[in-house]
Design a protein around this ligand. Structure first.
Ligand SMILES: NC(=O)c1ccc[n+]([C@@H]2O[C@H](COP(=O)([O-])OP(=O)(O)OC[C@H]3O[C@@H](n4cnc5c(N)ncnc54)[C@H](OP(=O)(O)O)[C@@H]3O)[C@@H](O)[C@H]2O)c1
Length: 273
């Protein structure tokens, strides 16, 4: 895939780094077409291989799409830093789901999108969430979507669904990993098999179950019915999950959505000052 746009990436942390290397690898961008900046410039040495090192303002001035990949607490100061230099026609992209378009537009009036990738972008299988403000044009949507498709699938959501959307795709690898960590730890108490073997067996089965469902268009219920025959051993286990796990799942979403609401509230306040 080849994009004609120049890309700016401000913030070379976990997300900025992943986007930079994936775009360089998959989007046919040469060094001149990706500018990258970071608060601690020493960290950018390795990026010289695939990108042009810049400061925040240079990255914002030259890019058609400017990704701001900093933590919520740093977003306002970065926007203030670049507001006089950013190309007025550029699409600004915030990687933070909690800070509203309304807050961002208090500092910068550019067309703006929010993007939430998943760590599965590392293997080209991100379910990347995107939402656009009212100023974004069809071309902006098409250009950004084309670029994001180089790291996986792209799902457009309205702004008020980005929170729950993030739980389902961006946080979910962490939820899945922690659930299966608990299962593997518990299995250890009932077997002499070593932990590595338990993990490897569960991991391969987990991954194959997902692929099976996708390829054969099966629902969770289809899988349960297929494996848990009436009165059999698997049914004993699935009953325990359906009886006990809903409370934990409810609590998980209550806690994460409340944390998200508080983060958005405090981030919003920082934009009022
Ligand atoms: N991590 C995830 O899985 C994930 C997923 C989806 C969305 N997000 C969102 O993506 C955003 C970035 O998260 P992250 O995990 O990449 O954070 P991170 O690893 O802490 O990276 C943030 C980067 O921003 C740089 N930075 C801070 N202030 C700056 C400034 N004024 N100018 C230039 N660079 C500056 C930092 O530089 P230093 O080197 O000086 O610290 C650091 O490299 C957050 O809003 C987060 O919510 C994260």
């Amino acid at each position: 895939m080849k994009t004609d746009n120049t890309i700016g990436i401000i913030g070379y942390g976990s997300m900025g780094k992943m986007l930079l290397w994936k775009f360089a690898e998959n989007a046919g961008l040469d060094k001149q077409s990706i500018l990258v900046s970071n608060r601690t410039s020493d960290k950018l040495k390795e990026a010289e291989e695939v990108a042009t090192i810049a400061d925040n303002r240079q990255a914002a001035a030259k890019a058609d799409i400017v990704f701001v990949c900093v933590r919520p607490a740093d977003l306002k100061s970065v926007l203030e830093d670049i507001k006089d230099d950013i190309n007025p026609d550029a699409l600004l992209v915030s990687l933070n789901g909690s800070i509203s378009f309304e807050s961002i537009h208090k500092v910068i009036s550019n067309k703006t999108a929010k993007v939430i990738p998943s760590v599965t972008a590392e293997i080209g299988r991100s379910q990347t969430l995107v939402c656009f403000d009212d100023n974004s044009m069809e071309k902006d949507k098409a250009d950004l979507t084309q670029l994001l498709k180089t790291i996986g699938d792209v799902i457009e959501l309205p702004e008020d669904e980005m929170g729950m959307g993030s739980e389902l795709v961006s946080c979910m690898p962490g939820f899945i990993a922690s659930i299966f960590d608990v299962i593997c730890t518990s299995a250890q108490d009932h077997t002499s098999l070593p932990k590595e073997q338990i993990v490897s067996m569960v991991l391969a089965t987990m991954s194959a179950t997902g692929d099976l469902m996708i390829r054969k268009d099966m629902t969770f219920d289809d899988v349960v019915k297929r494996v848990a025959t009436k009165g059999g051993i698997t049914e004993e286990g699935t009953k325990v999950v359906y009886d006990g796990f809903p409370q934990t799942a409810d609590l998980l979403f209550e806690k994460t959505l409340e944390k998200r609401r508080l983060t958005a509230e405090s981030a919003g306040k920082s934009f009022e000052v």
